[in-house]
Design a protein around this ligand. Structure first.
Ligand code: NAD
Length: 342
C-alpha cells in the first residue's frame, strides 16, 4: 500500500521534509496546509503536491492522511498535536524540540498515554546511515562495555542540545536515567520560541554504572574553528575496549586491532537519507505496532525530562533523582534564577 502523507506548516524547515519525497517509495504527498495561503500554494507548486489548504480540519477531513509532518515552532505543539490525535490521524512526525517547559511536557505525557496516534520526533540524526552503523557497532560490543558518553552542541539546549541528547539515549541503549546534576547560566531564546539556558551542562548517571555528560550552548567544544555554531553537534562514546566519535563532518572509531578508522561526510548530503529513513520508520510502525520508531514520543519525553532535570538541578543546586515530577512553572523558576529578562 502507498501511504497518504500530508504537511502541516509550510515554513522554512518543512522543505527538508518534502524535498526527500522523490526518494520515498512507500508513500506519496497528497496535501499541505499553512495558515498563510500563499505559503501553502507555493509549497504545493514547488513539490508537486496535488492539494493545498489553509484549514487543518478541512485537510484532515478531505484527505484522511496516514502520516502528517507537523513542522511548527515548539510553542504551539500541544493544541495541534491534540487536534491531530482527536481527528484520529494514524501517525505524525513532529519537529524538535518536542517541548519548551514542564507544563507542555505534562500535557504531552497525558496525550501520549491516552491517544492511539503514533507520534515521533524529527531527530533525523538518529537515522543517518553512519549513525545507525555506529550504533550497531557499539551495541554489538565493538568498543566493549560502554562506560562514558559525551554529547555536545554549540547551539543551546532547545536548539540542538535535544538532537545530541537523543543520540546519547540511543548509544546508552535507552537505559533509564538514574540521576541528573545540571549547571546552567544565562538565557537564550532562538526566534522567541526556543527558550534555553545560554550555556548548560548535565552530568547523567545510569543504574548500570555508565555515565554521561551533556553540554549545550556557549562553552561547548568547537571542533573546528572554520565551522559555524550550528555545525558543532557531536557525540563520543567510550568503552572498555575503544571509542567512537561522530561530528557533523566526520567520524572516528577504534577497531579491534587498536587502529583508528576515520571518515568524512557532508552533513547536508547525509541528512536527507536520514530524513528518508525516519519517514520509512514511521511506515514500519504503521504496518507493525511492535516496531515503534526509535524517536517515538514516549522516548522523546523521557529525553525532555532529562533537560527539565537540568533546569531543576540548576534552581535547587542539587542532583535530581529520576524520574521526577517537574513543577508546572519550572521554566519560569529557571528564567528567574538565571536572570532572564522578560
Ligand atoms: N530537525 C532539524 O534538523 C531542524 C532544523 C531546523 C529547524 N527545526 C525545527 O523546526 C521547527 C519549525 O521550523 P520553521 O522554521 O519551519 O517554523 P516556521 O515558523 O517558519 O513555520 C511554521 C509554519 O506553520 C504555519 N502555521 C502555524 N500555525 C498553523 C496552523 N494552525 N495551521 C496551519 N499552519 C500553521 C505558519 O504560518 C508557518 O508558515 C522548529 O521547532 C525548529 O527547531 C528542526
Amino acid at each position: 500500500m502507498s501511504f497518504k502523507c500530508a504537511f502541516l506548516g509550510c515554513g522554512g524547515r518543512s522543505h527538508a521534509h518534502a524535498w526527500v519525497y522523490p526518494n520515498i517509495t512507500r508513500g506519496g504527498a497528497v496535501a499541505c496546509c499553512d495558515l498563510v495561503e500563499e505559503k501553502a500554494q507555493a509549497y504545493a507548486e514547488e513539490f508537486g503536491i496535488p492539494a493545498y489548504y489553509t484549514e487543518l480540519d478541512e485537510m484532515l477531513e478531505q484527505e484522511k492522511p496516514d502520516l502528517v509532518h507537523m513542522v511548527m515552532p515548539p510553542t504551539i505543539r500541544v493544541p495541534l498535536m491534540t487536534r491531530l490525535a482527536e481527528a484520529g490521524v494514524p501517525a505524525v512526525i513532529v519537529e524538535k524540540p518536542v517541548c519548551i517547559g514542564a507544563d507542555d511536557y505534562k500535557a504531552l505525557r497525558a496525550l501520549e498515554a491516552s491517544s492511539s496516534t503514533k507520534f515521533a520526533v524529527n531527530h533525523q540524526l538518529r537515522y543517518h546511515e553512519k549513525m545507525m552503523e555506529l550504533l550497531e557497532y557499539v551495541h554489538g560490543g565493538g568498543i566493549g562495555e560502554v562506560r562514558f558518553l559525551d554529547a555536545s552542541s554549540v547551539l543551546p539546549m532547545s536548539g540542538q542540545g535535544v538532537h545530541v541528547l537523543d543520540l546519547l539515549f540511543a548509544f546508552a541503549d535507552y537505559e533509564p536515567v538514574q540521576t541528573v546534576f545540571g549547571a546552567s547560566a544565562g538565557y537564550d531564546d532562538i526566534n522567541g520560541t526556543h527558550p534555553s539556558p545560554r550555556t548548560a551542562e548535565s552530568l547523567i548517571n545510569f543504574p548500570s554504572g555508565k555515565r554521561a555528560a551533556l553540554q549545550a550552548g556557549e562553552g561547548a567544544p568547537m571542533m573546528a574553528s572554520d565551522q559555524p555554531r550550528h555545525m558543532h553537534k557531536r557525540i563520543a562514546v567510550y568503552g572498555t575496549k575503544g571509542f567512537i566519535h561522530w561530528t557533523m563532518w566526520g567520524y572516528e572509531r577504534s577497531l579491534p586491532d587498536g587502529s583508528i578508522e576515520t571518515g568524512e561526510h557532508v552533513y547536508r548530503e547525509v541528512d536527507d537519507p536520514g530524513q528518508v529513513n525516519l519517514t520509512n520508520a514511521m511506515f514500519d510502525w504503521l504496518e507493525d505496532d511492535n516496531k515503534p520508531a526509535p524517536t517515538n514520543l514516549a522516548t522523546s519525553l523521557d529525553e525532555w525530562l532529562v533537560i527539565l532535570a537540568g533546569y531543576q538541578s540548576t534552581v535547587t543546586q542539587n542532583p535530581v533523582d529520576m524520574p521526577f515530577d517537574p513543577p508546572d512553572d519550572l521554566l519560569d523558576q529557571f528564567k528567574a534564577f538565571v536572570g532572564a529578562e522578560e
